[in-house]
Design a protein. Sequence first.
Length: 389
Amino acid sequence: MQYSQPQDYPPLSTETVEKIRKEIGIWFKTSDTALNTPDEGSFRFRGQTSWMPGREDYFPHILSIFEKYGFTAELRAENGQTFLIGRPYLIQEAPMRWGLAISLYLATILTTLFSGVVMAPELVPLVESATSQSEIFQVMISNLWRGWPYSLAIMTILTAHEMGHFIAAKIHKVPASLPFFIPMPLPGIGTMGAVIFQRGPTRNIRSQFDIGAAGPLAGLVFAIPILIYGLATSEVGPLPEDMTGLIMEGNSAIYSTLKILVFGEFLPTATHDVQLNMVAWAGWVGLLVTALNLIPVSPLDGGRVLQVIQGEEFMRAIFWPILLGLVAMGIVLQADIWLVWAIMLYVFGNRYETPLDTVTPLDDRRKFLAWFTFVMFLLLFVPAPLTIF
């Protein structure tokens, strides 16, 4: 996160602090004031909030008043007392870097087109007639457009996911970067997803939840219909007698249910399975990506969501058991994805955000959505995403 420099503001004065105290009086009743507390240049009001239960609009008013005088407000509760702290800096937006974001997005469209064209049935006779690797490559490049069903489907799902985060951050006035997509020029998926850099703290756990949950829920809104359409346009065929080298996608509870609804039976059976077309594969990948993001470990979306209902101490307690569980699954099920995910979480995980306001509780509607999001993780989770025979 980026802050304006403290020297941009006048030195802390009792007159400025008194003006702030009077202007916030309708929302916070101050009993005493301490200057240069908890650190140099800051100040602290001790008192109590005076808003009606269930109201959500008090802290933004307090925050805007503090910002008018060059301070950032923090609302804290400690030992049965409530404190309002003024920090001598402002949290500022950083440049959006449109050029980089658009370039990465276009590059990811190309890599997902490549992943899609590999699955195009029209390409099989052309590849079989090629006499060299360079000729195969030329065939794929000249037919790259044939991968558009997969590219369009997976980019729609991922764009919805990332824009869910981005729009929620903008609604709650949390500084965040544009989504930066990660192209991966390899068959199968074509991308490593995308990242958004949050450059400032959320206002409270309500906005923290909204930003964390908006991505996976928005992605699912598109992933499930895309998967249903893909399944409905895919064919069910016999499994080969020699399954050596066959790659079979794993079944989550939601994926299995959708196949039963579309085909009227659980697949695969001992003799046949659905042959996924490009759109169906994109839908399945969309569910997998959502499940990976909903693993309840920070900084993943699932970790952010579970933190708002269970707290940071609980999240720290479950971090290592979940990490070791991923390693165990990777070894026992021979699923390298869990080993890679465990390494990434070891390097980047177990870091937690403290919002500006830690007093405002989560409302009932968000509590329901938080548990709903966690249940969706359980329904989407698949221990062995891919099985290679």
